[in-house]
Design a protein around this ligand. Structure first.
Ligand SMILES: [Zn+2]
Length: 417
C-alpha cells in the first residue's frame, strides 16, 4: 500500500451493535437477540428454532430475553458455524428446556463442524491465546472454553442441503463456504427469512484473519448471491443489525458479494500477471468508491488488506516472493547488523521523526529493528509501545486494533519495575 501519513485518532467505540444485550422483535414470531454474536429466533406455531446460541456469557441472556416473549419450546438449534461466539451458549438453552420439562433441543450443524470442535480442542492453548488478543478479552474470559469437554456437539449433521419441519413449517438448511468451511444459512421459505450467521457481519467480511485457518472469499460471494436469489424480506446476520425489506436485503447481499468478487478477481489478475504476493500486498487493492462507501462494507471488523491475503494464501502459498524471506535470517541478527551500520540512536531518532510526521507503519518498522537488536533496550520498548498505541487509535478494523493494543500492552508490561 502506498505510504501515506495515518489519519488523526478517532473513537474506539465498539462498532458493531448499539442494541447489544437486547431482544428485537421484528414481526410476530420472529426475533433477534443482539449478543456480540446474534441469536435469530422463529416461533409462533408451538415450536421455536434458534439459529446460534451466542457465546457462553450471552447464551443465558438470549434465552432469558426470548422467554419474556414466548413459552414455546426450542425444538431446533442450528449452529450457523462453530465459532465460539456463536455456538458456545448452548448450555443455557438446554438448561431452559430441562427446567421447563421440554424435550432437549435437537442441535443441527454442517458435518464439518465436528472436525472444527476437535481442532479447537487439539489447539486449545493457541485458540485461547489468539482469541483473547483478537477480541481484547481477559484471560479469565477465555479460560477453558476450548477444552475438549466444553462443547455441545451437534446431534444431527448434514452436507449440501437439509430440509426440516418446525411445527409443520418448512425450514431449509444450506451449507456454504465463507468465514468458515462449516457455514450454514437457514431459510424459512414461508416467511422469506434468511438467518445467515457470519455470511453477513455488518462489516467488510472477515476473510484473511491474521491468525486463523483458510477462509473462502469467492465462495462467500457465491453464497450471498444464492441467498439473494431467494429474495429475502429479512436477513438476520451473525453480527450487527437485522436487515429488512427486499430492497435493503438485495443491496446488502449483492453489494457484499460484489466487493468480495472484486478483491478476489483483482488478486487473481495480479498473480496471473506474475506478481509476487509481496508486490500485491504493498501495492494494495482499493474497492470501487460506491462499494467502499456502503456502511455495511466499512472495514470495522475485517478489512481489504486481510481479504487480499486470504486470496493469496488460498492460491499462492506462504512465501512472499522476497528471496531473503525463503529462509529468513534471524531478526535479532538483522537488527544488530542495521544498528552496527547506522547506530541505535540514529535509528530511534528517525523512527520518532516518522511517528511525528504520522507515518506510523514506517516508524514502527524502524523501532522494531532497534527492539530486535536489543530486547532489553527500554527506550526502544517504550517507543514501540507508543507507536503501536497510536496505530490502535486510528485503526478501523476491530481485529487489527486489538492486536496493536495487545502488543502495546505486552511491551508496557516490560517497562514495569
Ligand atoms: Zn461471528
Amino acid at each position: 500500500m502506498a505510504s501515506t501519513p495515518n489519519p488523526p485518532p478517532r473513537s474506539n467505540a465498539n462498532p458493531f451493535d448499539p442494541m447489544m444485550g437486547q431482544l428485537e422483535e421484528l414481526e410476530p414470531g420472529l426475533a433477534m437477540f443482539h449478543g456480540f454474536a446474534n441469536v435469530a429466533f422463529a416461533y409462533g406455531r408451538g415450536e421455536m428454532i434458534a439459529a446460534d446460541t451466542s457465546s457462553r456469557a450471552m447464551g443465558a441472556r438470549a434465552i432469558e430475553a426470548i422467554r419474556k416473549v414466548t413459552d414455546e419450546p426450542v425444538t431446533v438449534i442450528v449452529y450457523t458455524h462453530g465459532h465460539g461466539d456463536h455456538a458456545f451458549g448452548t448450555e443455557a438453552f438446554i438448561a431452559d428446556a430441562l427446567a421447563r420439562g421440554y424435550p432437549r433441543p435437537k442441535i443441527w450443524a454442517h458435518e464439518d463442524l465436528r472436525g472444527r470442535f476437535k481442532r479447537y480442542a487439539r489447539t486449545a492453548g493457541w485458540q485461547s491465546h489468539i482469541n483473547r488478543l483478537q477480541f481484547g478479552a481477559t484471560s479469565q474470559a477465555v479460560a477453558g472454553i476450548f477444552k475438549e469437554d466444553s462443547y455441545h456437539y451437534p446431534d444431527l449433521t448434514f452436507r449440501g442441503m437439509q430440509l426440516l419441519e418446525l411445527a409443520g413449517e418448512a425450514v431449509e438448511l444450506h451449507h456454504a463456504l465463507g468465514e468458515t468451511d462449516d457455514a450454514v444459512w437457514v431459510w424459512l421459505p414461508l416467511r422469506r427469512v434468511a438467518m445467515v450467521g457470519d455470511l453477513i457481519v455488518s462489516s467488510l467480511p472477515n476473510t484473511g484473519n491474521p491468525n486463523k485457518v483458510q477462509r473462502y472469499t469467492l465462495e462467500w460471494a457465491e453464497a450471498l448471491e444464492k441467498i439473494a436469489a431467494r429474495k429475502p424480506k429479512y436477513v438476520l446476520p451473525g453480527h450487527g443489525p437485522a436487515y429488512r425489506g427486499e430492497a435493503e436485503c438485495q443491496e446488502l447481499l449483492l453489494d457484499t458479494a460484489r466487493a468480495m468478487r472484486f478483491i478476489h478477481d483483482a488478486v487473481i489478475a495480479r498473480l496471473n500477471a506474475g506478481q509476487w504476493p509481496v508486490d500485491i500486498i504493498e501495492a494494495g487493492i482499493e474497492l470501487p468508491r460506491e462499494l467502499a462507501e456502503k456502511p455495511f462494507l466499512a472495514p470495522v471488523y475485517g478489512c481489504v488488506p486481510f481479504v487480499v491475503r486470504d486470496v493469496i494464501r488460498r492460491y499462492a502459498g506462504w512465501w512472499s516472493g522476497e528471496p531473503s524471506q525463503m529462509f529468513p535470517a534471524p531478526r535479532t541478527e538483522r537488527g544488530r547488523d542495521i544498528v552496527a551500520l547506522c547506530g541505535r540512536d540514529a535509528l530511534l531518532r528517525r523512527a520518532k521523526e516518522l511517528q511525528a510526521a504520522g507515518y506510523l507503519e514506517r516508524a514502527l518498522s524502524l523501532a522494531e529493528i532497534a527492539h530486535n537488536a536489543d530486547g532489553d533496550d527500554l527506550e526502544a520498548i517504550a517507543l514501540n509501545a507508543e507507536i503501536l498505541e497510536a496505530m490502535a487509535s486510528v485503526e478501523r478494523s476491530f481485529i487489527a486494533r486489538n492486536f496493536f493494543a495487545g502488543a502495546a500492552r505486552a511491551l508496557r508490561e516490560r517497562l514495569k519495575p
